[in-house]
Design a protein around this ligand. Structure first.
Ligand SMILES: Cc1cc2nc3c(=O)[nH]c(=O)nc-3n(C[C@H](O)[C@H](O)[C@H](O)COP(=O)(O)OP(=O)(O)OC[C@H]3O[C@@H](n4cnc5c(N)ncnc54)[C@H](O)[C@@H]3O)c2cc1C
Length: 474
């Protein structure tokens, strides 16, 4: 295995448990991006930012609080403690006890398809799994290198809260960071080439997220591309321009780039093994096999669905296919994901637009705003909605939730899609009252409402009840 992030660790542990001889090469630390520079630290900061936000709203809940202060170094110390705690699972000693030969601090590169060089040492391998992840892309902006910028890696090493920060890119990473910094008290400008944040999501979702970010104090410039950076009176100035040629100058103490990811393959000498790399990731077939038959790939390096849960899934599939002759196809039909802004944004399957392109008039959409869900009202968290996109006979094609705990709520829809359970079942299943999951049920109830309460059925019902009354049984 090359790369000791989620995909590499899952494959290595699986291989060792099956009794295979396995070497795991990691140039940095076991745990990868998710543990050190991604999911774990950012979700820890999301929580601190939420605590700060709730303290600012405490009087809404009848709690009078004197003023509060964000102690940024203490926030970051907590983040480090969380990383240490979560990282206990990824201790190299634990993997060595499993029987994995862990080679740490070394970069691996191919000599040939069956031979990998690690710091001058040659390792022979019948199969190789590549799991070297991805890294932040830097857009070409004049002057940016000279002015200096942060990526997620440096942002998570800050020990002093920037007074102001320009975030470039409003995908999940940029949007999460923008909200975190704003809630800690930085003046945040979010520059996005798309008109709305989270451009891959349903436009309705993006509208809600924009509204929420702006309410948190973020200045949002949608539809603008960064053009030029310079320093002026100790401040970083970023010139951004939209399609109409209109120009804005954003100012900040720091610039954080979150403008996309690229596969990390630079040091691998892929050409020595005939492995093809495309712009987004390694070229792989349905079995996660690269263009070289004994080399498989898993995780961000494949360029498909850059999420930890997908890296874990692909790590298992790649391992199975690397070890056994009978091949398993990776099934990416039902892949959920969540952006951990507050409220969260969760998605599985097609957006409404995608579904309409593929299924035309068969598409129906059922919504439930959290405003109509008792638990959300009790919690004072009513922003957002559940939106379920269906095709013929109630088949669920997509689920979109923007709202409290969306990342957990989506799983009911994920299971339904995975097991081909139609939307009707979400309506008839008993959901606990009062829970947020009732938003899923209420959205599904609308299926029956629409189906039953047509003019025809209304007429039929009125005839039926009229007859009952006449017969004296009504
Ligand atoms: C800010 C941020 C927040 C995120 N939040 C979430 C989230 O909330 N939920 C979610 O699901 N996903 C999230 N992600 C995505 C998630 O972190 C990745 O999808 C996941 O880490 C991919 O795992 P991986 O094993 O493919 O790669 P990685 O975790 O990147 O591991 C690759 C490893 O390979 C090593 N390596 C690279 N080249 C070599 C070489 N030549 N030799 C030896 N070692 C090498 C690297 O050092 C690294 O440790 C986030 C990402 C970022 C950046």
């Amino acid at each position: 295995m090359i790369g000791g992030g989620t995909a590499g660790l899952v494959s290595a542990a699986g291989a060792a448990s099956l009794g295979a001889r396995v070497a795991l090469v990691e140039r940095d630390k076991l745990g990868g991006d998710c543990l050190y520079y991604g999911c774990v630290p950012t979700k820890t900061l999301v929580k601190s930012a939420r605590v700060a936000h709730l303290m600012g709203r405490s009087e809404e809940y009848g709690i009078k609080s004197s003023s509060y202060e964000v102690d940024f170094p203490a926030v970051m110390d907590r983040m480090d403690r969380v990383i240490r705690r979560a990282g206990e699972q990824d201790d190299p000693a634990r993997f060595r006890r499993m029987g994995v030969d862990v080679l740490l601090g070394e970069e691996a590169g191919f000599v040939s398809p069956e031979e990998v060089s690690v710091d001058g040492r040659r390792l022979d391998a019948r199969s190789v799994i590549l799991a070297t992840g991805s890294h932040s892309i830097t857009p070409s902006v004049d002057g940016l290198q000279e002015v200096g910028y942060l990526t997620n890696v440096e942002a998570l090493r800050l020990r002093r809260l920037p007074r102001s920060i320009i975030v470039v890119g409003s995908g999940p990473i940029g949007s999460e960071f923008a909200q975190i910094f704003a809630r800690f008290g930085s003046k945040v400008t979010l520059v996005s080439s798309s008109p709305l944040p989270l451009p891959k999501e349903d436009a309705e979702v993006g509208e809600v997220v924009k509204h929420v970010l702006v309410a948190d104090g973020v200045t949002f410039h949608g539809g603008y591309k960064a053009e030029e950076a310079r320093t002026e009176s100790g401040e970083k100035v970023l010139t951004v321009r939209n399609e109409r040629g209109e120009k804005i100058e954003a100012r900040g103490e720091e610039i954080l780039i979150a403008a996309g990811r690229a596969p990390t393959a630079g040091a691998l000498d892929l050409e020595n093994a005939g492995i093809e790399l495309e712009r987004k990731g390694l070229k792989v077939d349905g079995n996660l096999r690269t263009t070289t038959p004994n080399v498989y790939a898993a995780g961000d390096i494949t360029g498909k669905y850059l999420f930890t849960h997908v890296a874990e899934y692909q790590g298992r599939i790649a391992l199975r296919n690397a070890l056994f002759p009978l091949k398993t196809t990776a099934d990416h039909r039902v892949v959920p994901w969540t952006t951990f802004t507050d409220p969260e944004v969760a998605r599985v399957g097609m957006t409404e637009d995608e579904a309409r392109k593929e299924h035309g008039d068969d598409v129906k959409v059922f919504r439930q705003p959290f405003e109509g869900v008792d638990r959300a009202i009790a919690d004072g968290e009513t922003t957002g909605f559940v939106k379920i996109v269906t095709g013929r006979r109630g088949k669920i094609l997509g689920g979109h939730i923007v709202g409290p705990d969306a990342g957990n709520l989506i799983h009911e829809i994920v299971l339904a899609m995975q097991k081909n359970v139609p939307i009707q079942a979400l309506s008839t299943m008993i959901h606990v009252y009062p829970t947020l999951s009732q938003a899923n049920q209420r959205a599904a109830d609308n299926y029956y409402r629409e189906k039953l309460f047509t003019d025809g059925t209304r007429k039929a019902f009125s005839v039926f009840f009229g007859a009952k009354r006449l017969l004296g049984r009504g």
